[in-house]
Design a binder for this molecule. Structure first.
Ligand code: FE
Ligand code: FE
Ligand code: ZN
Length: 277
């Protein structure tokens, strides 16, 4: 069975997200660690976390995915922005340890004209300053669409970042179907080839989570505009084929589609599960 969930709003805490996931027959979910446009994180409520962990355990949830704010950019040209990246990731990872053994996904960054090489160096530097041997959280680099000066739209770039990180066992990758298609990988025509390439360049053992999205734009568009499953250029059939690949078995798969509400995600999950039988 597929391990499916969707992006949820975290403002009402962990237990609430766990209950929402149950309502839509999900066994994982994703949430922002703080306002996606930046700002301070909420204090951890230990009772709330405890109730969530009980729900997750009782219902066989797989790993959940925390998503860093979009404003976190380790390779900004501005010192102030790089300082925020350090502060936010360090603080997020400390809070993640209260829900041990899960995933923290972030957009590697935008080099804003400083060059891919420089960007890769600054991203791995940040990780080397923050990662600790004793942490149980795995940090995931998200595959990017290649919009503007985004780093991480080529598997080679993600591999180069991981290569420069000292604590490599803390590093993984989250593959976003909309982003890889936008980046120019043919997940419609040659899904096995894309996974082969991922394996050759990064290693499939590093693939830890999937963002399941259709794309408003054709392959190679470098736009990053998500569509609901079956309403975009990738299409239902290609998405079903991709997520049911045995090589992805057991990975948390998160919908980040533009659904209006929880019920919309519930319907999307139901459709994907039924059509995967
Ligand atoms: Fe993302
Ligand atoms: Fe994504
Ligand atoms: Zn996106």
């Amino acid at each position: 069975m597929l391990n499916l969930g969707c992006h949820l709003t975290s403002s009402k805490g962990y237990e609430y997200m766990g209950r929402q996931a149950l309502q839509i027959n999900a066994d994982t979910f994703q949430f922002f660690t703080r306002n996606p446009r930046g700002g301070k994180a909420k204090e951890i409520d230990h009772e709330d976390v405890k109730r969530f962990l009980e729900i997750a355990e009782a219902n066989n949830f797989v790993k959940i995915v925390a998503h860093a704010p979009y404003t976190l950019n380790p390779c900004s040209a501005e010192q102030k922005t790089r300082d925020f990246a350090y502060m936010a990731m360090k603080d997020d990872l400390e809070r993640m340890e209260f829900t041990p053994g899960n995933y923290y996904n972030f957009h590697p960054g935008s080099h804003v004209g400083q060059g891919i090489e420089k960007g890769i160096e600054m991203i791995s530097d940040l990780l080397n300053r923050i990662l600790k041997p004793e942490q149980t959280t795995m940090v995931l680099l998200e595959t990017m669409a290649g919009k503007g000066s985004e780093v991480g739209s080529r598997f080679e770039e993600l591999s180069a970042i991981i290569d420069k990180v000292e604590l490599k066992d803390k590093m993984g990758v989250c593959l976003d179907t909309c982003h890889v298609s936008d980046a120019g990988y043919d997940i419609i025509g040659d899904p096995e080839g894309v996974l082969d390439e991922f394996d050759r360049i990064i290693g499939l053992n590093r693939l830890k989570a999937i963002h399941v999205n259709d794309s408003l734009n054709p392959m190679g568009a470098h736009k990053d505009r998500h569509a609901c499953i079956g309403e975009g250029q990738i299409g239902l059939e290609a998405i079903l084929t991709f997520i049911n690949n045995p090589r992805l078995k057991g990975l948390p798969m998160i919908l980040e589609t533009p659904q209006p509400d929880l019920e919309g995600y519930g319907n999307e999950i139901k459709m994907l599960r039924e059509m995967s039988k």
